[in-house]
Ligand binder design. Structure first.
Ligand code: SAH
Length: 224
């Protein structure tokens, strides 16, 4: 796939803003973001901004996708869990840098569209299901890496730490108010001890336990 000028411009912008890992930049350059946004936003697909994807949810800002992917320190043999599939863009970027991505989305309608999209675009190493990501994916655990793309409250959910392999890394936004949310990196060492570091301020839609009502609408758009 040849990159368009606006795609190259976006990658240069991300590099200037701190995404310095060449593999991550390459994965973003090779992921056609216009395929992941609703038709009315296609002309804005390579702007460095979050956009609405329906159900009150958003496709994350490319810079945040780049920084969080970089923070994961992925390797080609790794098994990765993503919570919050949304339109599948973050999963698509991850899939180019690891062995397999498992992803969970609580909105069945979004998930249905996303699975069709991922199949059409040929992403065969992503398995995405509808479910409550707060429970993780015990049947597939442990995971080398876990990324959460919706904000949990103050505490790192214990489920994610439990489902992380020794030596694993978890990257997630924490904080309920949109004015005080940060991405954290949590490492589990070979003995199982956990350390955490605060990375940068962000604004994500909230991580919500349980499944939505069948006619339920999500909350107001976050910029996550
Ligand atoms: N990863 C997406 C970002 C989607 S926004 C991207 O690439 O752009 C965050 C998503 O998390 C929303 O679709 C929301 O429905 C989902 N979400 C929130 N709480 C969840 C939960 N408990 N389990 C699974 N998905 C959840």
């Amino acid at each position: 796939m040849t990159s368009e000028p606006r795609q190259i411009r976006l990658v240069m912008e991300l590099r200037a803003e701190g995404v310095t890992d060449a593999a991550v930049l390459g994965a973003i350059e090779r992921t056609p973001r216009e395929e992941f946004v609703p038709p009315q936003f296609r002309d804005r697909a390579y702007e460095n901004t979050a956009l609405p994807i329906g159900e009150g949810q958003t496709i994350s800002q490319p810079l945040i996708v780049g920084l969080m992917t970089q923070a994961l320190q992925l390797g080609p043999r790794m098994k990765v869990l993503e919570i919050g599939t949304g339109c599948g863009y973050q999963a698509a970027v991850l899939s180019k840098l690891c062995r397999r991505v498992y992803s969970i989305e609580r909105h069945k309608s979004l998930l249905g569209e996303t699975n069709k999209r991922l199949a059409r675009l040929g992403y065969h190493n992503i398995t995405a299901i509808a479910g409550d990501g707060m429970k993780g994916w015990p049947e597939q655990a442990p995971f080398d890496r876990i990324i959460v793309t919706a904000a949990a409250s103050r505490e790192v959910p214990q489920t994610f730490i439990d489902q992380l392999a020794p030596g694993g890394i978890l990257v997630l936004p924490l904080g309920t108010s949109t004015s005080d949310q940060h991405v954290w990196r949590v490492r589990k060492d070979e003995e199982g001890s956990v350390t955490r570091e605060k990375l940068w301020a962000v604004r994500f839609v909230p991580l919500i336990g349980g499944m939505p009502e069948s006619n339920g609408r999500g909350q107001a758009n976050g910029a996550g």
